[in-house]
Design a protein around this ligand. Structure first.
Ligand SMILES: [Fe+2]
Length: 201
């Protein structure tokens, strides 16, 4: 785009002169701050929706970090169990990705702002950061199990509080999807840490 063309876009008469030119490089103010909650007619109090958004965003950030941890281990895993763990970690990552979307959209449904930037999630998460390099497989599995338990402890507490405040939808999402998925994935991981012989009993 030439300088003359840019000027004509800024003058506002571009629709006639350049009807198919996209309006690029637009920057604006935030129209809803993170932490603010809009008024939606859902039969839930403002306080209940605000509290739910806060609890859901914590679970969202921890889930996003757990997802990333699964992908990291999917790529870095090695040793005799490489193939099965490579596939299992990716399966679990996919299920965590589905949870991320469901939790984020629940926050939006309640009028809040879902954490979307991974750098923002990293500031909020309670899950410890792994080394940038590669750990041995049992340490990978333990790290994942600990992450699951951090999420599960928080999820049980949040689900009970949200039910008390009348937010059945958030309670249902946390109990039926988040808790059940994390429990099942924890089982699949834990069975890999049983020290059992591979060939001879
Ligand atoms: Fe892959």
């Amino acid at each position: 785009m030439t300088k003359t063309m840019v000027k004509s876009v800024k003058r506002g008469d571009a629709r006639r002169e350049m009807s198919s030119q996209p309006w690029l490089h637009q920057h604006g103010r935030e129209i809803q701050k993170f932490g603010d909650v809009r008024q939606f007619p859902l039969g839930l109090s403002f306080d209940a929706r605000g509290y739910a958004c806060q609890r859901l965003n914590q679970l969202l950030c921890d889930t996003a970090i757990l997802y990333a941890l699964y992908k990291k281990h999917h790529w870095l895993v090695r040793g005799p169990t490489f193939y099965q763990l490579h596939l299992l970690f990716d399966k679990h990552a996919g299920e965590q990705a589905a949870l991320i979307d469901a939790i984020a959209e629940r926050v939006q449904t309640l009028g809040g702002i879902a954490v979307g930037d991974p750098r923002h999630a990293a500031e909020i998460t309670h899950i410890p950061r792994p080394p940038d390099g590669c750990e041995e497989v049992p340490a990978m599995l333990s790290r994942l199990l600990e992450a699951h338990e951090i999420i599960l402890i928080d999820a049980h507490e949040a689900a009970a509080k949200l039910a008390d405040m009348g937010d059945d939808g958030s309670n249902d999402l946390i109990v039926s999807s988040l808790i059940r998925t994390n429990e099942l994935q924890a089982w699949f991981l834990a069975e890999h840490l049983v020290d059992t012989p591979l060939v001879r009993a």
